[in-house]
Design a protein around this ligand. Structure first.
Ligand code: SAH
Ligand code: SF4
Ligand code: F3S
Length: 447
């Protein structure tokens, strides 16, 4: 039995979710079992994100709340890991004096040793050094018990310089994981019951360009497509400037590859796109959308938009809305621009007032709600393959899962269906989910 208990709270993107699983796997070897209750913990790790100021604030208030636990249990160790830890380093101790440990994005592998040291000697420890090769890429994450779907990191870091973005400074330059290693992990996951893998990288389109061993992303998809037991493959994120015809073709060729792409546009205005240093114009983005839809007519396209980037005028914002009306995204994640220390956009001329950013976000989100509703309603009456993930939040009589286009579907069903693909006829559509009834088994070719 594990003697000590670890509680991990994760903020930020899927990359962080994956890193948290890696940390849990590493610390298990040092005798730490995980707990869902921070009051039971001997070690609390907060895996941090710095993408927007709001994320940083939330993390600090969460760490602040753990102070009471430390007062009750002086042996409790509290650590900040991940992106904000990488950015702030020892400055974190000034903000949160009861922190014991700060570990950056390249040093996860050192956690067991650092924790053991703190257990023995006490004090505060910080490690934010960069490694040429990110060691955590080799650590195999342990998906939660009974999981049907999981993430697989295929690359780390980013070489793009989007003017607003802090990620390249915190995750370092791009590095791809060798194809064989990824395949080995996917085979192992399939043997453990995983049916769906989501391949993770800041820009999966450039997989292989930095030490991938001569294989590109389309090669990787084709190879994973042959792994027995893997019924579905997803990936995120894809930078529009690098979306290649070979990848577009893969949608028709690699059977398990799901008909969904997350393709962040960020703005519909060429002037703002240039200020953001995104490397494409709206017209080129639209051409890629058209090519994707030509190759795979039913593909779901989701995106990210930032409103209120410095210099964004009303006409630029209108151009974003016009592009949305043209594409009609299946879903869209939208954010108010948040200035990040060290980025090219920090201190840029013509900041947009907070009130204007807020107003633009509300307008944009209500337009997207119309589009999401419209795209979801279009599924009514169709039969879709749903990979059953587990019981639905609606109650014990319902199961939940996702369509290949990544829509959540709830339906009456029993737990015995978990891990299987069932054919569900869609009867109702809401903004965040669909509802339906099971008609049969298997992925079929109905999508
Ligand atoms: N590498 C991925 C993920 C980047 S972070 C990509 O390129 O898409 C996810 C999203 O956060 C971005 O797409 C962007 O829309 C948003 N984002 C990044 N930095 C931001 C900032 N400073 N302010 C507001 N939103 C930001
Ligand atoms: Fe950030 Fe751009 Fe890299 Fe994405 S592609 S992580 S937005 S710099
Ligand atoms: Fe992810 Fe946030 Fe870092 S979005 S890469 S955890 S800054």
């Amino acid at each position: 039995m594990d003697k000590k208990k670890l509680y991990i709270q994760t903020f930020g993107c899927q990359m962080n979710v994956q890193d948290s699983q890696k940390m849990a796997a590493l610390l298990k070897e040092s005798g730490y079992g995980t707990t869902e209750d921070p009051r039971e913990a001997d070690l609390i790790l907060v895996n941090t994100c710095s993408i927007r100021e709001k994320a940083a604030q939330k993390i600090c208030s969460q760490l602040g709340r753990f102070r009471d636990l430390k007062e009750e249990n002086p042996h409790l160790l509290i650590g900040a890991v991940g992106c904000l830890a990488q950015q702030w380093g020892a400055r974190f101790f000034k903000r949160i004096p009861h922190l014991d440990l700060v570990v950056g994005t390249h040093q996860i592998h050192r956690l067991p040793e650092m924790v053991a040291d703190l257990e023995q000697k006490g004090g505060q420890a910080v490690e934010t050094g960069r490694c040429e090769s990110v060691r955590s890429l080799e650590i195999v994450a342990q998906p939660p018990e009974g999981a049907v779907s999981t993430f697989v990191t295929i690359m780390q870091g980013c070489i793009n310089r989007c003017a607003y973005c802090v990620v390249p400074f915190l995750r370092g330059p791009e590095e791809s994981r060798p194809l064989d290693e990824i395949l080995r992990e996917v085979r192992m996951l399939a043997a453990e019951g995983i049916r769906e893998v989501t391949l993770l990288g800041q820009n999966v389109n450039s997989y292989g360009q930095a030490n991938g061993g001569g294989h590109d992303f389309a090669d990787l998809l084709a190879a994973i497509g042959k792994v027995e037991g893997i019924e579905r493959i997803r990936f995120t994120t894809s930078h529009p400037k690098d979306l290649s015809p070979r990848l577009i073709d893969s949608f028709g060729k690699v059977a398990p590859l799901c008909e969904h792409i997350h393709l962040p546009i960020q703005s519909g205005s060429d002037r703002v796109l240039a200020l953001m240093n995104r490397g494409y114009r709206a017209e080129e983005y639209l051409a890629k959308v058209a090519a994707l839809r030509a190759s795979c007519p039913d593909i779901a396209i989701t995106s990210d938009v930032i409103v209120g980037f410095p210099g964004e005028r009303e006409e630029d914002f209108q151009a974003t809305l016009a592009l949305m009306r043209q594409v009609r995204f299946d879903n869209l994640f939208s954010f108010q621009y948040s200035e990040r220390e060290g980025t090219a956009a920090a201190g840029m001329a013509d900041p947009v007032p907070e009130a204007v950013k807020r107003e633009r976000l509300v307008i944009l989100q209500s337009l997207q709600m119309e589009h999401t509703g419209e795209r979801n309603r279009a599924r009514i009456g169709r039969t879709e393959g749903v990979l059953v993930e587990g019981p639905s939040k609606n109650g014990p009589q319902d199961m939940t899962g996702r369509t290949r286009a990544n829509r959540i579907v709830n339906f009456p069903g029993a737990a015995g269906l978990i891990g299987q693909v069932v054919q569900v006829r869609i009867t109702e559509a809401f903004l965040h989910s669909l509802r339906g009834e099971v008609e049969g088994r298997g992925e079929g070719d109905v999508h």
